[in-house]
Design a binder for this molecule. Structure first.
Ligand code: NAD
Ligand code: XAI
Ligand code: MG
Ligand code: MG
Length: 348
């Protein structure tokens, strides 16, 4: 394992160079990997593992849309596609990729199939960290491991097909067999990760819940809406407000940040823009900081997890989520966005 210095702090990272795909295949040559759940991560991870030459089966509820999708992706009922319990019985490594709320509901059925020496794999520290709320307590004689891709399962698959890799974090919660480390790293490489950053279950879930509620998804929409509404209230047109809030960011400026950092993006804008951005960013930071402190507190106390468990366990949770997504999609800002996207030159 490499020790890599991140801005002055040394961290452990496993690289493809020290753990190539061939080695991963060797480590897992006698294993059957059962991917349970075919939502977002399930397809990404199972298809990458299959294309990388591992022995993979999928477990999913029959008669669901996800089952049909699995069939369309080439999983064969009775050969590589089974009901959840049958797949769990056949698997030696069980990748538990149901939704976090779904994992709680299915746990009593799944647990029966966790016999000695198997590995239970998560892509989130949620079930284990909040065990008082989830009831997920694995038996002592199985390995409990985590690979959490740092992005959507859709990106994991797309980047794999483009010959790139999406980095993941990895953790071992329980090493019953003495092989948990090599198993988890082999799986991380197998699902298409480029580099594997060491973490533990608690740190993974606290940072992940904060990030997705914060700058990755929640805060970004909040700050977009605040700026868009301000521009509209002062008479700017929808296209102008959308272009100055979202389109320029995703199309022009974020790719520059991704490539070489914030200062480099700034340096490629006018000195007028740089002056303003350097003057204003700390005010935005100071305004947002108390909200981030509140958010972290909600995550650390488990209240945020409980909210997600309660709401996502309701029978009509899908329908409610769809309604909220529709509201977002039908807002003026995102309606303007749909038109602006069509007018990208490459779309004509
Ligand atoms: N979505 C992502 O890209 C992403 C990224 C990193 C980590 N994760 C983690 O990976 C895991 C899987 O997430 P996901 O977003 O792929 O899940 P998801 O919400 O797409 O659900 C996956 C599957 O769970 C099934 N399911 C839900 N409730 C069920 C129940 N009661 N009984 C049986 N099946 C049920 C659904 O049919 C679906 O096929 C979670 O722990 C999540 O936090 C997800
Ligand atoms: C893709 C994300 C936001 O990183 C993941 O954490 C999730 O929960 O879907
Ligand atoms: Mg998450
Ligand atoms: Mg995440």
């Amino acid at each position: 394992m490499a020790q890599i210095n991140f801005g002055g702090v040394n961290e452990t990272v496993v690289t493809r160079e020290e753990f190539p795909l061939e080695k991963a295949r060797k480590v897992l040559e006698n294993e059957t990997i059962a991917v349970i759940g075919y939502g977002v991560q399930g397809p990404g991870q199972s298809l990458n593992l299959r294309d990388n030459g591992f022995n993979v089966i999928v477990g999913q509820r029959e008669g669901t849309r996800s089952w049909e999708r699995a069939v369309a992706d080439g999983w064969v009922p009775g050969q590589t596609l089974f009901g959840i319990e049958e797949a769990a019985e056949r698997g030696t490594i069980i990748q538990y990729l149901l939704s976090d709320a779904g994992q709680i509901a299915v746990w009593p059925a799944l647990r029966k199939h966790l016999t000695a020496g198997k590995a239970l794999y998560f892509s989130h520290g949620f079930g284990i960290t909040y065990k008082e709320r989830t009831g997920i307590v694995p038996p002592a004689d199985v390995d409990v491991i985590l690979i959490a891709p740092k992005g959507s399962g859709t990106s994991l698959r797309r980047m794999f097909l483009e010959g790139r890799g999406l980095n993941s974090s990895f953790a071992v919660f329980q090493d019953a067999t003495g092989h948990a480390f090599e198993r988890v790293v082999a799986l991380g490489i197998g699902v298409g990760s480029g580099y594997l950053f060491e973490t533990d279950f608690k740190r993974e879930v606290y940072s992940d819940l904060t990030g997705e509620r914060g700058t990755l998804m929640g805060a970004i929409q909040g700050i977009f809406a605040a700026q868009y509404e301000t521009l509209r209230a002062h008479g700017h047109t929808p296209s102008e407000a959308f272009n100055e809030t979202v389109e320029e960011l995703t199309q022009s400026l974020m790719p520059l940040v991704a490539e070489n950092g914030m200062d480099w993006m700034y340096a490629n804008c006018s000195t007028t823009a740089q002056r303003g951005a350097l003057d204003w960013w700390k005010r935005f930071r100071d305004a947002a900081k108390p909200v981030f402190e509140q958010l972290y507190e909600e995550v650390a106390t488990g209240r945020e997890a409980q909210r997600s468990i309660d709401l996502n366990s309701k029978p009509d949770y899908r329908q409610k989520l769809e309604e909220e997504l529709r509201e977002l999609r039908e807002s003026e800002m995102w309606q303007a966005g749909a038109v602006v996207r069509k007018l990208r030159p490459e779309n004509n």
